[in-house]
Design a protein around this ligand. Structure first.
Ligand SMILES: Nc1ncnc2c1ncn2[C@@H]1O[C@H](COP(=O)(O)OP(=O)(O)OP(=O)(O)O)[C@@H](O)[C@H]1O
Length: 360
């Protein structure tokens, strides 16, 4: 097997009163764009800080390029980090800010300036070198922070919610910028974010964490379509979780029965009768109709994002479902709160959650 570029091996971090990272194993390939995701407090930033050497693990090991980072201080790792708060020096010019890490490395004045200007140019900031950072816009400041992180030509860049302070429009532009940089530089990016849209737009693989443990690692679309457990399914937002129990098997599909009724669900492996039959059905896989077959429900509300509508439906029996449709697909239904609807889906699109004992 190929040696991973960054290896987290049983990585553990305990604070006095909190177990923030619990025996995390993760291999990151050279050049990969990895996004760490999970609810607030799940240990994403701590994991990133441990990789950066800004915090010491209380157990396990980090290897970068095959070398153990045990006892290696942050400044010797060349794993720069970009934060939401940027931490630029207000009393230095833009060029001086970017050149700062080279000063720490004892690079000569002329060379420092040459490299700082080169990175400013790469990030579209040529001509701003002599400005004070206070004279820049939020997006420009973000680029300065990225230039400063990249000026030492690291082989890994760590980013902790770098775009969350920007407005929505700028965030999308900076996403494109980061994606371009990642492609051009070919270095490894480890990116902490709350925002699913960012992780999906940027990452080769996403890591979903909860309470200090990894719940699932995979390509964004695979984690979305095939969550490893109920936590991941719910975290991914646009999944509807249906609880049930296996009643039998017919024609390659399992019969599942639960509080919402009876369903047919595919399974890659046999599942004994009476075992868990919890499954998810993604919001965009559900068809809506005014009547006919399917789960009966009542529209609770609607949410528009561009041309996409999310329809919130209360199912008879109490559960709430989300259905995601293009505006033109449901125009004819004239959906308003209180409208009765039927929900149906192709059984092949349902995803049976792995048995709890197998989930990881
Ligand atoms: N220095 C510290 N001392 C004690 N507890 C800490 C310390 N740093 C972090 N923690 C705790 O460890 C847990 C994980 O924190 P961490 O910052 O890694 O979470 P996160 O997933 O990045 O959250 P957020 O998305 O809110 O930034 C939290 O409960 C936090 O309160």
């Amino acid at each position: 097997m190929k040696t991973p570029f960054i290896a987290l091996d049983q990585l553990d971090k305990r604070y006095a009163d909190h177990h923030a990272v619990k025996s995390v194993d993760l291999d990151i390939e050279a050049g990969e764009f990895i996004a760490l995701m999970g609810p607030s407090g799940c240990g994403k930033s701590t994991t990133l800080r441990l990789i950066a050497g800004l915090d010491e693990p209380t157990g396990g090991e980090i290897r970068i390029g095959g070398d153990s980072m045990r006892g290696v201080p942050a400044f010797q790792r060349n794993t720069p980090m970009v934060w939401q708060s940027l931490a630029l020096f207000p009393f230095l010019t833009v060029a001086e800010n970017v050149a700062f890490p080279l000063r720490m490395q004892k690079v000569g004045t002329a060379e420092r300036r040459r490299r700082a200007l080169e990175w400013l140019d790469r990030l579209g900031l040529a001509g701003m070198a002599e400005r004070n950072v206070a004279q820049l816009s939020g997006g420009q400041r973000q680029r300065v922070a990225i230039a400063r992180a990249l000026v030492t030509e690291p082989s890994v860049l760590l980013l902790d919610e770098p775009l969350s302070a920007l407005d929505a429009h700028l965030r999308v532009r900076m996403q494109t910028e980061l994606s371009r940089l990642h492609r051009e530089l070919g270095i490894t990016f480890v990116y902490v974010t709350h925002a699913q849209s960012e992780a999906f737009a940027l990452a080769d693989r996403i890591v979903i964490m909860s309470e200090g443990s990894i719940q699932q690692v995979g390509r964004p679309q695979d984690v979305y379509r095939a969550p490893a457990n109920a936590f991941v399914a719910e975290f991914m937002g646009m999944n509807n979780l249906v609880r049930g129990e296996v009643r039998g098997e017919r024609d390659g599909l399992l019969d599942i029965a639960g509080a919402l009724g009876e369903f047919r669900v595919p399974s890659a492996t046999p599942r004994p009768e009476g075992s868990s039959g919890d499954f998810v059905i993604a919001a965009d896989r559900i068809a809506l109709a005014a009547d006919g077959e399917g789960l009966a429900g009542t529209v609770l509300g609607l949410e528009f994002v561009g041309s996409t509508q999310t329809v919130f439906v209360e199912i008879e029996g109490g559960a709430e479902f989300r259905v995601q449709k293009q505006q033109h697909e449901i125009e004819a239904l004239d959906l308003v709160p209180g409208r009765k609807v039927r929900l149906s889906w192709n059984p092949q699109h349902a995803w049976l959650l792995p048995q709890p004992a197998q989930a990881h």
